[in-house]
Design a protein around this ligand. Structure first.
Ligand code: ADE
Ligand code: ZN
Length: 364
């Protein structure tokens, strides 16, 4: 992680994670195990990973993040690598094992509460039954809280580069697993989001889908990717047209005063993932932006995105980078952790517990 070790202060800080794709936490060892269990070949295009070492080696790259910009043809794009990883996930137990491994890791990192994204269409379009995905994650939601003390409320993501109708159909299928407004439903997810390739797929395309979820009593968030060609317009639509409650990334708002004002007036926070940007952005360009957001009163919190496909940097590594390269004080780091509690959609009791822990952190 650019030579940085996690300090005891960052390691011990009670954390809330609001921007992590569960499928982006599939570690190579579990991927290998599931490939054996399900008799799935591990491959990318014409390359097969015949040994565990070859598989491990394949992660030691920085993927092309914006396929539309070209780049090396021998390296997968980020989303190609991410969806290739999904191919070993077939049965309920696979989804359960994936989620339990992540929640166990949360306990080790002092993550108290998490709102993981899941991409059901990434699985159903491969022929996996929706119930396998949803029941696997639901069982892990219960067992992760009981065994590891890590509570979670999940976020259904529409794949924005698939037809809108497909996303709406996936939502209708998944809805029995939502936490319904009237207290019914199985309680797995309490929000919807927008993920996958944002290229020419603005949030406005999904306006009716978001409206439906809102009418069902769910929360809303959307990715507005950093450095994406129409990033300002995507943020504008998200704030003013779609009326979402949170933005995932959205770091480009700094270049538009009206977007900063819109976020602040509507109390919309950003879920940032500094290491994801640091892979492609110089230190002295990136980290002053975090300071600038603080100076302009924009609420944000620190998260990890897809740690396995981003050099194994998790929320603690992202916080360490923010602390170290951003030059933030301990009190400011605690404030960022508190922002995540403010921004999350946990029950008040869960929030109160985490606030109390944060109040007790020594910032001297
Ligand atoms: N889906 C999974 N990871 C993603 C990311 N980093 N950006 C957009 N969509 C994603
Ligand atoms: Zn993301």
């Amino acid at each position: 992680m650019n030579g940085l070790a996690i300090s005891p202060f960052i390691a011990a800080l009670p954390k809330v994670e609001l921007h992590i794709h569960i499928e982006g936490t599939l570690q190579p060892a579990l991927r290998w195990k599931l490939a054996q269990r399900n008799n799935v070949a591990l491959k990318f295009r014409d390359q097969t990973y015949g040994t565990y070492e070859e598989l491990l080696e394949s992660y030691r790259v920085t993927y092309n993040h914006r396929p539309e910009l070209g780049g090396r043809k021998d390296v997968p794009t980020f989303l190609e690598a991410y969806f290739a990883g999904c191919e070993v996930l077939l049965r309920e137990d696979d989804f359960y094992d994936l989620a339990m491994a992540y929640l166990e890791r949360c306990r080790a990192m002092n993550v108290r509460y998490v709102e993981p994204f899941f991409d059901i269409q990434a699985h159903t379009r491969r022929g996996v039954a929706a119930e396998h995905v949803l029941n696997g994650y639901l069982r892990a939601q219960h067992d992760g809280a009981a065994e590891y003390g890590v509570r979670s409320n999940w976020i259904f993501c529409f794949l924005r580069d698939e037809p809108v109708e497909d996303g709406e159909a996936a939502y209708r299928t998944a809805f029995p697993w939502a936490r319904h407004r009237d207290g019914g439903g199985k309680g797995l997810f309490h929000a919807v989001g927008l993920a996958s390739n944002a290229f020419e797929r603005p949030p406005l395309l999904f306006q009716a889908a978001f409206a439906r979820a809102r009418a069902d009593g769910l929360h809303t968030t959307t990715h507005c990717d950093f450095g994406q060609k129409d990033t300002h317009e995507h943020v504008r639509q998200a704030i003013f047209d779609v009326g979402i409650e949170r933005i995932d990334h959205g770091l480009d708002v700094l270049e538009r005063a009206e977007l900063v004002a819109g976020l602040n007036e509507r109390r919309i926070g950003l879920t940032l993932c500094p290491h994801a940007y640091h892979r492609r952005t110089a230190t002295d360009v990136l980290f002053p932006k975090l300071r600038a957001l603080l100076d302009r009163g924009v609420t944000f919190c620190i998260n990890s995105d897809d740690p396995v496909y981003m050099h194994d940097v998790w929320i603690d590594g992202n916080m360490q980078k923010t602390y170290h390269y951003g030059g933030l004080s301990k009190a400011e780091m605690v404030q960022l952790a508190r922002n995540a509690v403010d921004m999350c959609w946990a029950d008040e009791g869960v929030k109160r517990e985490i606030y109390a822990e944060l109040d007790a952190v020594d910032v001297s």
